[in-house]
Design a protein around this ligand. Sequence first.
Ligand code: 5GP
Ligand code: ZN
Length: 112
Amino acid sequence: MDCLFCKIINGDIPSKKVYEDDHVYAFHDISPMAPVHILIIPKKHIPSVMGITAEDKDLIGHLHLAIQHIAKEMNLDEEGFRVITNTGKNGQQTVFHLHYHIVGGRQLEWNM
Ligand code: 5GP
Ligand code: ZN
């Protein structure tokens, strides 16, 4: 499949790995918007939040526990951070493999 993040998972495109297990992969965003900017993705190709089905419930829960783990590893847990998943055109999603941005390491604003 011609998917950038599937190619990152299988190593065809290099990435700076932060965390990996059987179901998820996390790596540094190539264009960070904060001191910490990590992307976490399911290894299963799901195009966006709107492609999640009931059979993915365990996977999505697992991914959120991995977010917690990464937040602690990156020392984001005490001061806080943001988890973002851009969806579709108005959400400005650019890569159509479900991914969650983990952004932190500075005070974030909320202006869209
Ligand atoms: P989106 O805009 O779909 O929410 O997020 C896609 C993210 O993927 C962007 O933050 C962009 O910087 C990141 N990205 C795009 N291409 C690459 C790449 O080849 N490697 C890495 N590590 N990140 C990428
Ligand atoms: Zn994919």
